[in-house]
Design a protein around this ligand. Structure first.
Ligand code: NDP
Ligand code: MG
Length: 373
């Protein structure tokens, strides 16, 4: 029985994770739940799963949480600092970090310092502080288990392979809803259009990232830190059907791919069940029905996010952290209709140009940058 600390339980990845727990009551128990503001949903989950501890990051929801848990014996707290402390102190076998954005970074750092297994959905942590997190994991014998579907695919393809045999990683991406849209009309893209992803149902921030392709840029940086491979050996390939979740090319010319229906429960369950595989009942891939798989090079002119992300990764230092913060800020401004769609990439580029780089292994530097939001 694995004890799971689930951070971001009220979101898309969080609720998918709870479905996996429901399907495997003999394998998993949720002992800690955390979210930000959806207190009713968090309380429902607390009553159903009976964790030992529940934390809400938004302090204004404290009394609602307290009143809702009255008589249950469940411990509770509110605030970002309380969340960080609870992640450090709570004895879980695995911390699944599904908080969205840079708000997830302190929890990843706390879990790494506590030497936990971290099923990491919050890719922004690694983008902002990959070197620091890797260092903490090594020092405290913590492990990062990828949840992001592309990285889960690569991880599965690498099983049993020697690092020296790997020639390159091929990250696939659907291309998002604007793959075929006339770039001349990108100015008029509305948040509603950007939130309509062709293949995946996800939270708002990552859905917009998938439309700009900053998601693929963040995943490039994530892959660099997860698999310790140089940026030049990580390729990006557009694959609109989202059936091949990523590939690894080896030095003998062989290529391994991981395939499946686009359902995040598969990579989440793989991370939770690792090193074994657990059974599942969800729909199977039917390749005869899919019939055709397509691939193409990404169009860097249409999607400058890919070029900007690669440049930030190559520049190193705190550039990737700034890329992440500026993107997050711009995404919420776009969702609030304060800026247009093409301005997201422009704002990120502006922030990178203005940045004076700092030591990326300093916890204080990175957390201070994160608080600039
Ligand atoms: P959602 O927006 O659906 O959920 C985000 C979760 O984070 C919610 O539970 C939210 O709480 C919580 N949260 C937000 N801010 C804070 C905070 N300051 N402190 C604590 N909790 C907070 O996002 P997703 O589930 O889509 O994505 C989560 C992460 O997983 C992201 O990093 C994303 O990039 C990554 N990911 C997601 C995929 C997907 O399919 N959705 C695929 C691959 C990666 P509340 O709801 O209470 O406000
Ligand atoms: Mg992904």
């Amino acid at each position: 029985m694995k004890k799971i600390a689930l951070l971001g339980s009220t979101g898309s990845i969080g609720t998918n994770t709870l479905q996996i727990v429901d399907a495997h009551p003999e394998e998993f128990r949720v002992t800690f739940l955390a979210a930000n503001s959806r207190v009713e949903r968090l309380l429902e989950q607390a009553h159903k799963y009976r964790p030992g501890m529940v934390v809400i990051a938004d302090e204004s929801k404290y009394t609602l949480l307290r009143d809702g848990l009255k008589g249950t014996g469940i411990s509770y707290a509110a605030g970002a600092k309380a969340l960080e402390a609870a992640v450090r102190d709570h004895e879980a076998d695995i911390v699944l970090n599904a908080i969205v954005g840079s708000a997830g970074l302190p929890a990843t750092i706390a879990a790494a310092e506590a030497g936990r297994d971290i099923a990491l959905s919050n890719k922004e942590s690694l983008v902002m502080a990959g070197e620091l997190i890797n260092r903490l994991c090594e020092k405290n014998a913590a492990r990062i288990l990828p949840v992001d579907s592309e990285h889960s695919a690569i991880w599965q393809c690498l099983a049993g392979e020697a690092p020296k045999d790997v020639e390159k990683l091929i990250l696939t991406g659907s291309g998002g809803p604007f793959l075929r849209r006339d770039p001349e009309s990108f100015d008029s893209i509305t948040p509603e259009e950007a939130l309509r992803h062709p293949n995946w149902s996800m939270g708002k921030k990552i859905t917009v990232d998938s439309a700009t392709l900053f998601n693929k840029g963040l995943e490039l940086i994530e892959a660099r830190h997860l698999f310790h491979i140089e940026a030049e050996r990580i390729a990006i390939l557009i694959h609109p059907e989202s059936i091949i979740h990523s590939m690894v090319q080896f030095r003998d010319g062989s290529v391994k791919a991981q395939l499946g229906v686009p359902d995040m429960k598969i990579p989440i369950q793989y991370a939770l069940g690792y090193p074994g595989r657990l059974p599942s009942n969800w729909p199977r891939l039917d390749l005869a029905k899919t019939a055709k798989l397509h691939f193409e090079e990404p169009d860097i002119r249409r999607f400058p996010a890919l070029r900007i992300s690669r440049e930030a990764l190559e520049a190193g230092m705190t550039y990737p952290a700034v890329l992440n913060i500026a993107n997050e800020k711009a995404v919420y401004r776009f969702l609030n209709r304060e800026i247009g769609f093409p301005e997201i990439a422009k704002e990120v580029e502006k922030a990178l140009e203005a940045h004076r780089p700092l030591d990326p292994c300093s916890r204080e530097n990175i957390l201070a940058l994160a608080e600039m939001l």
